[in-house]
Design a protein around this ligand. Structure first.
Ligand code: AMP
Ligand code: GLY
Length: 429
């Protein structure tokens, strides 16, 4: 039986552990650093997800067969290259390939070079020139910090004043540190968003079930952007035809473009899409599973995830398929009061068992820890209550049945996760 190490400690990593635990191949799972929910199905080790040296020592000592890096930080820092040098297998892209997420400028230039549809843009490292350009272009306009900012470095601005304030936040106040040395200013696209994920072995991509997250903090997509307040799968917009279009205009050109640069892309590629006039445009690339998209998508996966990951590393995906349950899944994120701004930690959480015992409901932990025997909050996004249903509407109902059983001081969540999709489908029926 295989030994697996999952790196990270959020809702996505809980979903990865949950799914890998169902594999016939997997005997033992470790998670670094994990959280209170993950601790119930894996052995958590107190190593930071970015501490590559300590992770590699641990993997060698425990003779780990497969390491899965959940978040972007270890990937962009080169965990795959670093482990491979010692013959250790890691699922994910190399540091060079991970630049697709690590640098928005790299991603935009790569897209332009390879004819991948994306918003028109310009890159600046001078505040004065950026402001000049914003005034020239006018609003609406989008301002993005170049580097990693946990999904918070993007400002969709409806006025020039807002855009200038965003430039100040990024470049002068340096709210995201070095990630704000450079900014990308881009055209604001109008349309419907969808997330498209696929797994590659460097030669082919196998698409994952489609999904959609909800980035804004409040109902009706109001308020600031977050890491994601909920997600559902499938996304009705991404039908068979759209899947084919994204494979042809985005995924395949990525592999070709990477090869041209001498880079092999392995692991998950996540394309955040804006579908405008029936055509997909790439808003961003991530090089890992989306969080919270991973929660509903992995709940729907029928195939053995361990085997798929091994296929990605060994280059055998062209001989495989990924199968899905013909059900919908919805994940409602429960967050700390104040998130995505500052928030309090250490709040005791009640109702976890009652919610978790509902049929086809899994309460994935995103930011939890233990204080004695009590599970307490320890992050901004605290839980992802995820449910399966025959339809999106049924999955929504079931997820919220779980949500209302859970409580802590200051808890907030959106009441409209999946509602747009359910309405769209009802309109079509
Ligand atoms: P990103 O992290 O780049 O996906 O951006 C976060 C969110 O900002 C996206 O999910 C979109 O809602 C929005 N966004 C990003 N780029 C654009 C754009 N060019 N036009 C319109 N909205 C955008
Ligand atoms: N939910 C968006 C992301 O994982 O980046």
């Amino acid at each position: 039986m295989k030994k697996v190490l999952v790196v990270g400690g959020g809702g996505r990593e809980h979903a990865l552990v949950w799914k890998l635990a169902r594999s016939k191949e997997v005997g033992k799972i470790f998670c670094a650093p994990g959280n209170a929910g993950i601790a119930e199905m894996a052995e958590c080790v107190d190593i930071d997800a970015s501490d590559l040296h300590a992770l590699r020592e641990f993997a060698k000592y425990e003779r780990i067969d497969l390491t899965v890096a959940g978040p972007e930080a270890p990937l962009t820092r080169g965990i795959v290259d670093f482990f491979s040098r010692e013959g250790l297998q890691v699922f994910g892209p190399s540091a060079d390939a991970a630049k697709l997420e690590g640098s928005k400028q790299f991603a935009k230039d790569f897209m332009r070079e390879n004819g991948i549809p994306t918003a028109e843009y310009k890159v600046f490292s001078s505040y004065v020139h950026a402001e000049e350009y914003v005034r020239l272009k006018g609003a609406p306009i989008v301002v993005k910090a170049d580097g990693l900012a946990s999904g918070k470095g993007v400002f969709v601005c409806s006025t020039v004043e807002q855009a200038i304030a965003a430039l100040r936040t990024i470049m002068k106040e340096r709210a995201f540190g070095e990630a704000g040395n450079t900014v990308v200013v881009e055209q604001c696209l109008q349309g419907e968003e969808a997330s498209f994920m696929a797994i590659s072995d460097g030669e082919v991509f196998l698409p994952l079930a489609s999904s959609q997250d909800h980035k804004r903090i409040f109902d009706n997509d109001e308020g600031p952007n977050t890491g994601g307040m909920g997600a559902y799968s499938p996304a009705p917009l991404v039908n068979e035809k759209m899947t084919e279009e994204v494979m042809e205009t985005v995924m395949k050109p990525v592999l070709r473009g990477m090869k041209k640069r001498g880079i092999v892309f392995k692991g998950v590629l996540y394309a955040g899409l804006m579908i405008a006039n029936g055509k997909p445009y790439v808003l961003e690339f991530n090089v890992r599973f989306g969080d919270p998209e991973a929660q509903p998508v992995l709940m729907r996966m029928k195939s053995d995830l361990y085997k798929v990951m091994e296929g990605s590393i060994q280059g055998t995906l062209s001989q495989m398929t990924i199968d899905w349950y013909d059900k919908a899944a919805v994940c409602v994120v429960m967050a700390a009061g104040g998130y995505p701004g500052s928030y309090e930690k250490g709040k005791p959480i009640s109702g976890l068992e009652q919610a978790g015992s509902l049929e086809d409901v899994v309460v994935f932990h995103a930011g939890t820890g233990r204080s004695g025997t009590q599970v307490v909050s320890s992050g901004g996004r605290v839980l992802g209550v995820t449910a399966l249903g025959d339809t999106i509407a049924a999955a929504i109902e079931r997820a919220y049945k779980g949500v209302v059983k859970i409580h802590w001081d200051g808890v907030q969540y959106r009441k409209d996760i999946g509602a747009r999709a359910a309405k769209y489908l009802a309109g079509k029926a």
